[in-house]
Write a protein that binds this ligand. Structure first.
Ligand SMILES: [Fe+2]
Length: 268
């Protein structure tokens, strides 16, 4: 049963966004090659119910390990839309969508309901959990934008960002950020080269990501690659292709094997 929105959370999201100097945010976003980091943007009234949903989501974590690239746990949109009303309130917030559009200048939409990545939680809970450098490659016809929201930060892990990596004319600028609860990061998926450094002993880090695209169309070949990436690197085959998912195994063609893994490493 899909969850209903939470009006107090929606109102607090709108209020937090209304406090921003949008011209300044937009200028910084563009000066940083379509990347911005807003420290503790959202208050406790927004973050606390989401942290409760992080706790509830633990039962549904899918752990995965791709040698030399990533190790960690994920909970997909399929699960969140059934049991995470505060998180879904943010993803479906008209005020938040308007904010993304105004900062990026792009006519973005939410991803299709069939995309398990549309809105997902990433759990770094075991020593060494990490993800290596990558772009958030778009498998859609349109441009992909990623929002990352910190929810639990009890770690020495850092979101390391290399700005201007895609521009040979510019010097790369590296940032190492702690994603504290309520801290928001927004970036163009093809422009930000980024990673999460390994978790230490007795540490924990949980973040939420939201995905937006300018055109949700996808070619059959890219749908196949995207499905396999999500199944192998994130949510598991049962979640992506099973009863709760809306994708079918027949969406994927045979022969993925190592090629799929290689491409998965380029993904999020
Ligand atoms: Fe990423």
């Amino acid at each position: 049963m899909p969850v209903a929105s939470q009006p107090p959370v929606a109102e607090a999201i709108s209020r937090a966004l209304a406090t921003l100097d949008l011209d300044s945010v937009r200028a910084t976003y563009w000066a940083q090659n379509e990347f911005i980091h807003l420290d503790r943007l959202f208050p406790e009234t927004v973050v606390a119910p989401m942290v409760d949903e992080v706790e509830r989501g633990r039962a549904g974590i899918n752990r995965n390990y791709i040698p030399r690239h990533k190790k960690g746990g994920s909970v997909s949109y399929y699960t969140l839309r059934e049991q995470a009303p505060a998180i879904l309130t943010l993803y479906r917030s008209p005020a938040f969508l308007d904010f993304i559009r105004r900062v990026t200048g792009a006519p973005v939409e939410r991803c299709p309901e069939s995309d398990p990545h549309a809105c997902a939680l990433y759990y770094y809970t075991e020593p060494g959990d990490h993800i290596g450098f990558h772009y958030d490659t778009s498998y859609y016809k349109g441009t992909r934008y990623t929002v990352l929201l910190g929810l639990v930060e009890r770690s020495s892990s850092r979101l390391v960002c290399q700005l201007h990596k895609d521009d040979p004319a510019r010097e790369v600028r590296e940032l190492a950020l702690a994603t504290e609860p309520g801290t928001l990061v927004l970036f163009h998926g093809d422009k930000l080269w980024h990673k999460i450094t390994p978790l230490g002993e007795n540490e924990e880090r949980v973040s939420l990501t939201l995905e937006y695209v300018t055109d949700p169309g996808m070619t059959p070949v890219k749908r196949f690659v995207s499905n396999m990436k999500d199944a192998i690197a994130y949510f598991g085959f049962r979640s992506v292709f099973g009863r709760r998912g809306t994708r079918r195994l027949s969406d994927a063609s045979p022969g993925i094997g190592a090629a799929g893994n290689a491409r998965a490493r380029r993904g999020d």
